[in-house]
Design a binder for this molecule. Structure first.
Ligand SMILES: [Mn+2]
Length: 421
């Protein structure tokens, strides 16, 4: 039975309790999950898809309810101040989100979510990573994503989507896929005013992601026709609610969420590295990449303040990064920063640190192949260079002058260098 039309808040409360009881009773569930960096795009993709799909599920659906899962433990939501800033626009709090904490321990999978009882729809990624991937990859039945194709989702997904296309924001692709469904839902009608409020709340969540991922549609290299169409559609949905028709302002929403996203001063360096982190296993070598919205100098100063010792800021910073990478047993760690110059221009730094013989070999290979296409140039911080290239250590920082390349482009290059050693 389809889920009755109601606010997103009620939907999430229902989804969370349904998941809990399905685990106890060993019933079927369909989960819609974003990627493990759990950024705003992943969040809004899973909410938008689950909510609309549960109200209008396809006839052959595995279950009529689609449960959105945010791919991090609940405690890590606090590392993303932009979540709280945005959720209030839809009358939601962080507690409403369904996270990895709501799934049973994977080690006791026999007693929790048996793979056969689950179906997974991936949004904002197209290969389940980590422990979830080991247990549930065979149960993936649909995908909407804007990363490079990994060929891990079956090509015939039946009634569920299989969409992998380039776009600034994956939320734009989800919006495009479901807009006809949404329009039908919106037009079905009593209490139109109340329903237009619910539509506006949902549309605001989605629009914020598209604005963030395209820098308010100013990032020409990223903004595609899917993003432009989605922005216009979502803005119209917001304005369909009488209270918003005049007062809604796209720039103001962007500024508010963008400021919240950059407000990471209260976080520890460790949490900053963890906040937007992805990891891959390439032929047994673990590669981790953190994306950070502040420059390395900011993190060096933070590290210095966090240590009471006599270390320099760059020593303190490197010690923290090393601990972060060692804890995860990484063969290679990359740190990508994206920040604004005083003139308001986008600038990027790339730190690459290899910890094992294979990692070092792959890092050299990466540098040989990509120095030119990524515009890699020598970097010096306030304390000078922090490069170290010796027989058993390999660490370097560059300015990445080709600033149009984010992790979406750089991660596949690093992974390819490891595979092609
Ligand atoms: Mn995305």
């Amino acid at each position: 039975m389809a889920f009755p039309r109601s606010p997103l808040r009620d939907f999430l409360i229902h989804a969370k309790s349904s998941l809990r009881s399905a685990i106890v009773k060993k019933e079927r569930v369909t989960l819609v999950i974003g990627n493990e960096s759990a950024d705003l795009d992943s969040l809004t993709c899973s909410l938008l898809f689950s909510y609309l799909r549960s109200i209008a599920p396809p006839k052959q659906a595995f279950t009529s309810l689609y449960i959105p899962v945010t791919n991090i433990p609940a405690a890590d939501i606090a590392l993303r101040p932009e979540f709280a800033a945005l959720l209030t626009h839809a009358n939601l709090e962080a507690d409403h989100l369904i996270t990895l904490d709501d799934l049973p321990e994977l080690s006791s999978v026999e007693y929790g979510l048996v793979p056969e009882n689950t179906r997974w729809i991936l949004v904002d990624h197209n290969a389940l990573q980590g422990k979830l991937g080991v247990v549930y990859t065979g149960q993936v039945c649909g995908v909407i994503d804007h990363h490079d194709e990994e060929n891990r989702v079956p090509f015939d997904t039946g009634d569920e989507p299989r969409i992998i296309k380039k776009s600034g924001s994956c939320t734009s692709l989800v919006t495009g896929y479901l807009r006809e469904t949404w329009d039908v839902i919106s037009s079905e009608a009593d209490n139109l005013s109340e329903k237009s409020l619910w539509d506006a709340q949902l549309a605001k969540l989605a629009l914020a992601s598209v604005l963030i991922d395209t820098t308010n549609a100013t990032a020409n290299q990223k903004t595609t026709e899917y993003d432009v169409k989605a922005m216009n559609y979502l803005e119209a949905k917001i304005k369909s609610h009488a209270d918003q028709t005049v007062s809604f302002n796209r720039n103001r929403l962007f500024e508010q969420i963008d400021n919240a996203k950059k407000d990471i001063g209260r976080l520890t360096l460790h949490d900053i590295l963890k906040k937007d982190y992805k990891q891959w296993d390439e032929n047994g070598l673990l590669l981790g990449i953190s994306s950070v919205v502040k420059p390395i100098e900011f993190m060096q100063e933070k590290a210095k303040r966090e240590t009471s010792g006599t270390e320099s800021s760059s020593e303190a910073f490197l010690a923290s990064v090393r601990d972060f990478a060692r804890y995860r047993q990484l063969g290679q760690f990359a740190l990508m920063t994206a920040s604004s110059t005083s003139a308001g221009e986008l600038q990027r730094e790339l730190l690459l640190w290899a910890f094992t013989r294979k990692g070092i070999e792959a890092a050299r290979h990466f540098m040989e192949i990509n120095t030119r296409n990524l515009g890699l140039k020598t970097w010096q911080g306030p304390d000078g260079s922090i490069d170290k290239i010796e027989v058993n250590v390999w660490r370097t920082v560059w300015w990445q002058r080709r600033v149009e390349h984010s992790r979406k482009q750089v991660a596949p290059l690093l992974r390819e260098a490891i595979r092609n050693m």
